[in-house]
Design a protein around this ligand. Structure first.
Ligand code: AMP
Ligand code: MG
Length: 356
């Protein structure tokens, strides 16, 4: 072969190798995405890889996990229906003050976590808020402002100290009649984490699950860098106040704009302070960042109810937990360790406190 022909042959081989590498990479970056309405919210799962069938099956398994947890935790199933029979929460509530109920391992795991954060938050987080949620009507179509004596009466049926968990027998008892569990602050995140672990088990290495503001990412994005997630401006839904850089972690937001109503010129929302019976008023929006989406979901609610300084102190105390919040008077604050993974865009409406 002449020298010229050898050079051309080498170039062709190189081109072929580069082409193949490009093809492989674009295959590995292929996205499969699917949305479903679940747990009262739009859930979106995006996965990346090179084989569409593998991606599709993994997402189907992940959704099956989410549906399973949703059924266990569904507090609104009607008696006599199949949904009621498969809801641990409904069965526990129906037997409040009567007898312990045998539950699924995942229900017990959610309740063990919930009780742990009840203690850590000194009662600010309490999954026995059911009677208060019902009184305010947040679960239904007609939320309204209750009378103070009604709130006082409902508070008597709230308190995690009367939630009895028997891990050995896998049973749960609400000690007093009239008590009612509400896993609204727990189940979505727990289900999101279950879904993500299901994807991982099926060999997925890059994924993003968005369950109505509960974000969980697996690995890095397709460009092999951190996923960039915007934190919504609590008063302007199409604007953001910050961007978070996330890798293999979750970020869950609890905020006052999701569900609520106005009465007498004042807005009331769905995250209640179980110590007063009224909506927690310290913050507009709170984002908890930690690897496990179940823990992040609980923590976002914990931090939302607590006063900002207390919330920041608790976040600093917990390993692997970070926090960003906008206080009721418009101050953006965050835990020390979030610096460097966060771009704050306070705009004209908010002030940014960088003291940590
Ligand atoms: P999240 O949006 O995750 O903060 O959860 C809010 C939901 O959790 C509400 O819709 C209620 O179902 C429930 N919830 C409200 N207040 C509390 C509280 N203080 N502790 C635990 N759960 C609560
Ligand atoms: Mg929550």
């Amino acid at each position: 072969m002449s020298k010229r022909a050898t050079v051309i042959a080498c170039l062709l081989v190189l081109l072929l190798i580069a082409g193949l590498a490009l093809l492989r990479q674009s295959g590995a970056n292929r996205e499969y995405s699917s949305d479903q309405f679940l747990m009262d919210t739009l859930v979106s799962i995006k996965v990346y890889g090179n084989d569409r069938e593998t991606l599709k099956t993994a997402v189907a398994v992940a959704y099956a996990e989410m549906h399973r947890i949703a059924e266990l935790a569904d507090g609104f199933a009607q008696p006599g229906t199949a949904a009621y029979q498969s809801s641990d929460v409904c069965r526990i509530n129906a037997l409040a003050g009567k007898k312990p109920v045998q539950v699924d391992g995942d229900t017990l795991a959610m309740l063990v976590l919930a009780k742990k954060y009840y203690q850590l938050s000194e009662g600010a987080f309490d999954v026995t808020v059911g009677p208060l949620m019902d009184l305010w009507g947040f679960g239904g179509k007609n939320p309204h402002l209750p009378a103070p004596d009604q709130i006082k009466a409902a508070l008597k049926s709230v308190g995690c100290q009367d939630l009895v968990l028997n891990e050995q027998d896998r049973t749960v008892l609400l000690r007093k009649e009239g008590m009612k569990l509400d896993l609204g602050a727990v189940a979505k995140g727990y289900a999101t984490e279950k879904a993500l672990q299901a994807l991982k088990k099926r060999g997925i290495e890059k994924a993003l699950i968005d369950a109505g503001g509960n974000i969980r990412v697996l690995g890095q994005n397709v460009h092999n860098s951190a996923w960039r997630i915007g934190v919504k401006d609590p008063r302007k839904s199409n604007e953001i106040v910050a961007v978070l850089a996330l890798e293999d972690t979750s970020a869950v937001t609890s905020a006052d704009y999701y569900r609520g109503f106005e009465a007498g010129g004042k807005r009331y929302h769905h995250i209640l302070d179980p110590r007063t019976g009224y909506p927690a008023a310290h913050n507009m929006t709170v984002t908890a960042v930690t690897q496990d989406a179940g823990q992040a979901d609980i923590l976002s609610t914990v931090f939302f109810v607590l006063a900002p300084e207390k919330a920041l102190q608790l976040a600093e105390k917990l390993a692997g937990v970070e926090l960003l919040l906008v206080t009721a008077d418009g101050l953006i604050r965050h835990s020390t360790s979030l610096r460097g993974r966060l771009e704050v865009q306070p705009g004209a409406a908010y002030r940014y406190d960088q003291s940590r």
